[in-house]
Each structure stands twice: as structure tokens, then as C-alpha cells.
Design a protein around this ligand. Structure first.
Ligand code: ASP
Length: 439
């Protein structure tokens, strides 16, 4: 059995609903469908969830939200009418509108209604059963999910069901009130459903034909990654590429359920398969799985004669950063110097206080800060224990005149990370892509 999740763009209008139905009809194993709220139909359009948040803010500050609510209502009624569905959401939408105006609806309940109405419509369209996520996704009061209770509840509600449509993004607190995941959280709902029902695969349908090997804003028409491990995906998303909600990996990974990223607008494309590991190597020459990165890092760098013989210099630097609740991304070092690489945004506000505290505690001979650094990560499970890879990567960058400011490789050799000037960021990614992926 397959659990399939459709994102907002796949739920944007009646035309997309038809594509979803065709995808389900093409494979009877696709029996559990998780849906997002309606997304954008075209650039410049609004996501329903954004409108719902906006609606709540209006009411909170005493401004009439009728106009926005009517936009929401007409999106859903438009889909309902275009598909000629037998259900009528209008009374429920009207009732919600008056409860919102009377301030009887919490923020979480209101923003969850995008998924709720999507699922109601899709269930009616497919002739599947609607299973409300308020009745099975069980949150603890600290916002974590009570997995056991959640799995148990879904299993019992799915019993005897041939097909179900389930709204993503929300569940309920122990007192029954609605609680939502963070934005993009329908991915987590899908993953929980796949884990609860021991699905063979969790298909996540979106509007790209898989996870791309590089950012399409930088590389023209990048290829999709056919196979990626969970660990590689972590590396890719940590350094920039965001395809799935981070927390959605855990439930399926625990149960060893593969995730397949697919494109609703191109259903024959195989997309990207995410698994714990892969057997065999279809393309031994290609050692990079994906390239990613982020701009705007800073390097705080200090040197001190004889540092290598002293205990605790790095500790003192980190202590200052911990005090300011700043997390460090990389710690490249030399014999008598050490530096920490962190997002510029995280130190901007308190930079001078932080520097003076480091000066006081660690007493370095020199203390410098460099801004406008970009971090690029070449990620690939096939790089591990294979000599010559970093040589090739740095040779290609050198030949293109790109100066490397920092180098870091994790002990699992899953990635090679390097820092360049912000202005070289796009070029570095292009050079890696053109040298090692298209060749
Ligand atoms: N609709 C929610 C959001 O826009 C959740 C989701 O689509 O995954 O964040």
C-alpha cells in the first residue's frame, strides 16, 4: 500500500484535482491520500494558508476580514462547483466565517481549515473516506507528537477502509483543541500516516520532478537526483535545498519506508527515491549527488602564539557564543589559530559585545571578523573513502579562479564543504555542476 501526499500546488484548482485523480487511478495501491491547503495557481497568486493567517491577524487587531475570507471561500466553492461535487461546503464555510468574526476560533484552528476543506473536497471527488486529522494526530502539550497513540488511532480508523483522504498540517492537543505543525507540515502528516499504516512507500507529490541536483535559479535546468539517502538529504537540506519538511523524515526512516518525490504535473517522471541505502551503483563515475549552499556567513578568526599547547582556547570562544545562544556551523583551525563560521545574521546584533567578550576570555593575539562568506556543499555518499575526489573538486574551482576561504569535510566523508566569497557563490556551484554532473 502506498501513502501519497499532495502539496499545495497539486491542490490549487479543479484541473489539479483531476490530475490527482488520474494519478490515483493509475495505481490502486495508492489508497491513503494526504492533502495540503490549496496553493498558488500562478505566480502572484495566494496560498490559502497565507490568507488564513492574514485573516486571523485582521480579526486579532479588530479589522474586518470579510474580504479575505470571501477569497478563501470562493477558492473552495470554485473547485467544488467546477468538479460538480455532491457535497456543499458553503454552510460550513459560512458558519466558520461567523465564528471567526465573533473571535471564537483560535489561530491554529483557523489556519488548519485550508487542509480540512481541501480534504473534504478531495474525499468527495474520489469517493474515498474523509479521516479528520484532529481524530488521530495526537500532540503532547509540548508540541511533540505522541507517536504510539497517533499510530494506534489511525490504524483503528483506517480499518476496513478502501481509500482515505486525510488533511495534513494539524492534529489535536490532549484537551481536543487543534494544533498545527510548523509551515509545510503536511509532509509530516504524510510521513506519520505512512509509518502508522506500514506503507510500502511514501509518495510526496509536488511541482518539481524530484530533488534537483542544484538550485535552478543558479544552474539552468538542473537534473533531478534519482536516488538519495536520508543522510545525504539531511546534508543537502541543512545547507540550503529544502524539499521536504525536515521533521518529516523521522517517522518513515524509523520504519525503513522509502520516500519518493514526484511531480503531479509530470507523473511519468520517476522523481527522486530516498532510502536508508542503495544497492548497486548505476553510475559509478558520478560521485556528487547534489550541490547546495548558502550565502552570508561570517568567520570569527583568532590567533594566539602557542595556542596548540594551551588547553581550552576554543572552549572559551564557544562559551561566549553559547552565552549568546549562537550556534556554530564549522570550526576550521590551524596550529596557532582557530575560527568559527556562523551565519552573519546570528551575530549581527551583538557582534561588538561578542568580540569584546572573546577578547577578554580567550586573550588572543589577533581577533578578526570576515563577512560576506558563502558556504558551498558538495554532497555524495560515493565520495567516502575514495581518493582524489577533493583534489578534483578544488582543481576545478582553482582553474576557474575561485578562491577558497575555508575547507571542511565531515568524518563520514559524505560531503565536502568549502567557503568562498559571496560574489563567487553562484559561479562555484556552476563550476561543480558543469565539471562533475553534466560530464
Ligand atoms: N498549508 C500549510 C503551509 O502552507 C502546510 C503545508 O502545505 O504543508 O505551510
Amino acid at each position: 500500500m502506498k501513502v501519497v501526499k499532495f502539496g499545495g500546488s497539486s491542490m490549487a484548482d479543479a484541473g489539479q484535482y483531476r490530475k490527482v485523480r488520474d494519478i490515483l487511478l493509475a495505481d490502486p495501491e495508492r489508497r491513503v491520500v494526504i492533502v495540503s491547503a490549496a496553493g498558488k495557481r500562478f505566480s502572484g497568486d495566494h496560498k490559502l494558508t497565507d490568507l488564513l493567517y492574514l485573516c486571523y491577524s485582521h480579526v486579532k487587531y479588530g479589522v474586518d476580514c470579510s474580504l479575505i475570507f470571501d477569497m478563501i471561500r470562493s477558492r473552495y466553492l470554485g473547485i467544488q462547483n467546477a468538479l460538480g461535487l455532491k457535497i456543499d461546503l458553503e454552510p460550513e464555510l459560512n458558519e466558520l466565517k461567523s465564528r471567526v468574526a465573533a473571535k471564537q476560533v483560535t489561530r491554529e484552528e483557523l489556519v488548519s481549515r485550508g487542509e480540512y476543506f481541501s480534504a473534504k473536497l478531495m474525499a468527495a471527488y474520489l469517493g474515498f473516506q474523509f479521516i479528520d486529522s484532529a481524530n488521530w494526530v495526537k500532540f503532547n502539550y509540548d508540541g511533540t507528537v505522541d507517536q504510539e497513540a497517533t499510530y494506534e488511532a489511525l490504524r483503528s480508523q483506517f480499518l476496513g477502509c478502501t481509500g482515505a483522504v486525510i488533511p495534513g498540517f494539524y492534529g489535536s492537543m490532549p484537551d481536543g483543541s487543534i494544533h498545527t505543525f510548523s509551515r509545510g507540515g503536511s509532509d509530516i502528516t504524510g510521513s506519520l500516516a505512512a509509518a502508522a499504516l506500514d506503507a510500502d512507500v511514501y509518495e510526496n507529490w509536488t511541482d518539481v520532478s524530484g530533488i534537483l541536483m542544484a538550485d535552478p535559479r543558479i544552474v539552468e535546468n538542473p537534473q533531478a537526483i534519482p536516488e538519495v539517502t536520508y543522510d545525504e538529504l539531511r546534508e543537502l537540506s541543512y545547507s540550503g535545498a529544502q524539499v521536504l519538511h525536515e521533521d518529516s523524515i523521522f517517522p518513515v526512516r524509523e520504519k525503513n519506508i522509502p520516500v519518493n518525490i514526484r511531480n503531479t504535473n509530470d507523473p511519468t517522471a520517476p522523481g527522486t527515491m530516498i532510502r536508508e541505502s542503495f544497492e548497486g551503483d548505476h553510475d559509478p563515475d558520478r560521485f556528487i549527488t547534489g550541490i547546495t549552499g548558502k550565502k552570508d556567513f561570517s568567520i570569527i578568526s583568532l590567533s594566539k602564539r602557542g595556542m596548540s599547547n594551551q588547553v581550552g582556547v576554543l572552549y572559551k570562544v564557544l562559551k561566549v557564543l553559547v552565552r549568546h545562544k549562537i550556534s556554530v556551523d564549522y570550526v576550521p583551525n590551524g596550529i596557532d589559530n582557530v575560527s568559527v563560521v556562523l551565519p552573519t545574521k546570528s551575530i549581527e546584533k551583538d557582534l561588538y559585545t561578542i568580540l569584546s567578550e572573546i577578547q577578554l576570555e580567550a586573550e588572543p593575539d589577533t581577533l578578526e571578523v570576515h563577512h560576506d562568506i558563502a558556504v558551498v556543499a558538495a554532497v555524495g555518499r560515493k565520495m567516502a573513502f575514495r581518493p582524489g575526489i577533493s583534489g578534483k573538486i578544488f582543481a576545478a574551482l582553482g582553474e576557474s579562479g575561485i578562491n577558497i576561504r575555508m575547507i571542511n569535510q565531515g568524518p563520514d566523508e559524505l560531503n565536502i564543504i568549502f567557503g568562498v566569497d559571496n560574489r563567487d557563490f553562484e559561479n562555484a556551484i556552476k563550476v561543480l555542476y558543469n565539471s562533475f554532473i553534466t560530464k
